[in-house]
Design a protein around this ligand. Structure first.
Ligand SMILES: C[S@@+](CC[C@H](N)C(=O)[O-])C[C@H]1O[C@@H](n2cnc3c(N)ncnc32)[C@H](O)[C@@H]1O
Length: 198
C-alpha cells in the first residue's frame, strides 16, 4: 500500500537531503556530527504534517529515536502512515506550540515549511527557544521556502532569541528552491540561561 501524503517543498527538500547524505556527510555538518555519535540520538520534528521527513529519518537512521509532532488533528493521517511504514523507532506525539509539552532529551529538532503565518511565528520561535534552553547543544535543521516577505519576522525573532545560523544551504532550483538552515542557540546565551536556572 502507498503512503498517503500531502507534503510541502520544504519537507521534500529535507527528505531528499537526508537520503542523499545518508552514507556520506553533507554540508549540514552539525547534523552529521550528532548522527555520527555512537549513542542513540533523539530527533524531534515539529509540524510534521503527513510525517514525510520524520519517516525518512527513522528509516535512514534505524538506531535513532524519532518523535514526530503536530496538532492533534494531524494524528489520524500520520498514524495511518506510521502503521503502513511499520518502523519501530518512530512515534507521533501531539504537540501544539502554544501548549505545555514534555519530551525526553532531544539532540536534533527538524522543522520543514512551518514558517508561513505571522500569527504562529512567535509560537514557533518560543517553542524552539524553550527547547534550546532546555538542551543547549540541540541543533535545529529547518527547511524554508520563501513565499512572503513577512516571513522575515521569523528570522528576526530567532536572532532576538540569540539563535545563530550555522549554515544556510540553497537546495533545488527555480520554483522548487528551498533554503536549508542549521541553527543553534548561542553558547553564551545557553550558559547564561543555565546559570539563571541553577
Ligand atoms: C505547511 S505544513 C508543513 C508540513 C510538513 N512539515 C511538510 O513540510 O510537508 C505546517 C505544519 O505546521 C503545523 N502547525 C501549525 N501550527 C501549529 C501549532 N500551533 N502547533 C503545532 N503544529 C502546528 C500544521 O498543522 C502543519 O502540519
Amino acid at each position: 500500500m502507498m503512503l498517503m501524503i500531502y507534503y510541502r517543498a520544504g519537507g521534500l527538500a529535507l527528505t531528499s537531503y537526508f537520503s542523499k547524505h545518508q552514507t556520506q556527510n553533507g554540508p549540514l555538518s552539525s547534523f552529521h556530527n550528532i548522527m555520527n555519535r555512537e549513542t542513540k540520538q533523539h530527533i524531534v520534528e515539529l509540524g510534521t504534517g503527513c510525517g514525510i521527513v520524520g519517516l525518512a529519518l527513522a528509516s535512514l537512521y534505524p538506531f535513532s529515536q524519532v518523535t514526530i509532532t503536530d496538532l492533534p488533528l494531524a494524528e489520524p493521517i500520520v498514524q495511518k502512515n506510521l502503521d503502513i511504514a511499520k518502523l519501530p523507532n518512530i512515534i507521533f506525539q501531539a504537540l501544539d506550540w502554544c501548549q505545555p509539552w514534555e519530551l525526553d532529551n532531544v539532540d536534533i529538532i527538524v522543522v520543514a515549511d512551518c514558517v508561513y503565518n505571522t500569527d504562529t511565528i512567535p509560537l514557533l520561535v518560543n517553542v524552539l527557544q524553550a527547547m534550546a534552553e532546555k538542551w543547549p547543544g540541540v541543533v535545529i535543521i529547518m527547511a524554508h521556502k520563501n513565499r512572503h516577505k513577512h516571513e522575515i519576522l521569523f528570522f528576526n525573532m530567532m536572532q532576538e532569541a540569540r539563535f545563530d545560523i550555522k549554515k544556510r544551504l540553497a537546495y533545488g532550483t527555480g520554483k522548487d528552491a528551498v533554503n536549508l538552515y542549521e541553527m543553534m542557540i548561542s553558547n553564551e546565551h545557553a550558559a547564561a540561561t543555565a546559570r539563571i536556572d541553577a
